[in-house]
Design a protein around this ligand. Structure first.
Ligand SMILES: [Zn+2]
Length: 168
C-alpha cells in the first residue's frame, strides 16, 4: 500500500492510494502529539484550520502530524476511523481501487460558529462535516435561541386577548 498527497477536488490537498486496498485493511494511523482539550483550545483558539482528532470522550486530542491528516472528509467515505488502545487507525470499509482518494466521515463536533460546510460531492452529501448527533444538537440549540423571543410575543398577545375578553 502506498499513499500520496496531491490536490483534491474535495478540499485543498487529499490523500490517494497508488495500489488497491482490501476491505478491512488499515490504511494509515493518525499520529501526532497528544494534547488535552484545554491545551488544544488554547493553542488553536485563533486558527481556522486544525488537524485535531478527539480520542475517546474528547478530553485528549491528537494534533495530527502525519499522512492521515491530509485525508479529506466525505459523506460517502471509503474508510472509517477506529480507536484501538489509544491509537487511531484509518480502516477501509470497502474495497478501494488504485488511484482513489482516501476519505472518512469526520463526524465533527465542538465547532463553535463554524458551519463546517461539506463539499464532498457525494450523492447523499449532508452538506456539513458535523456528525448527525452534532447536527441535531446544533439545530436544537439554534431553535432554542430563536424560540425565546417568539414565545414572549405569543405570551403577550395571549395576555392582550384575555384582557380584552375580561373587559367585554
Ligand atoms: Zn458531503
Amino acid at each position: 500500500m502506498a499513499l500520496i498527497i496531491r490536490s483534491s477536488a474535495i478540499h485543498a490537498a487529499g490523500c490517494y492510494t497508488t495500489t488497491a486496498i482490501r476491505k478491512g485493511a488499515r490504511v494509515a494511523e493518525y499520529t501526532g502529539h497528544r494534547l488535552t482539550k484545554a491545551e488544544a483550545d488554547a493553542a488553536y483558539e485563533a486558527s481556522p484550520i486544525t488537524y485535531l482528532f478527539g480520542l475517546g470522550d474528547g478530553s485528549i486530542v491528537i494534533d495530527g502530524h502525519c499522512t492521515a491528516m491530509f485525508i479529506n472528509h466525505s459523506c460517502d467515505a471509503n474508510c472509517e476511523t477506529s480507536e484501538v488502545r489509544g491509537r487511531v487507525w484509518i480502516k477501509a470499509i470497502r474495497k478501494i481501487a488504485a488511484g482513489e482518494e482516501i476519505t472518512y466521515d469526520y463526524c465533527l463536533y465542538d465547532g463553535g460558529d463554524d458551519e463546517a460546510l461539506c463539499n464532498c460531492g457525494a450523492k447523499r452529501c449532508r452538506r456539513t462535516m458535523y456528525s448527525k448527533e452534532e447536527v441535531r444538537r446544533r439545530k436544537a440549540a439554534a431553535k432554542k435561541s430563536l424560540k425565546k423571543p417568539v414565545k414572549k410575543k405569543r405570551g403577550k398577545r395571549k395576555a392582550g386577548k384575555s384582557a380584552k375578553l375580561a373587559l367585554a
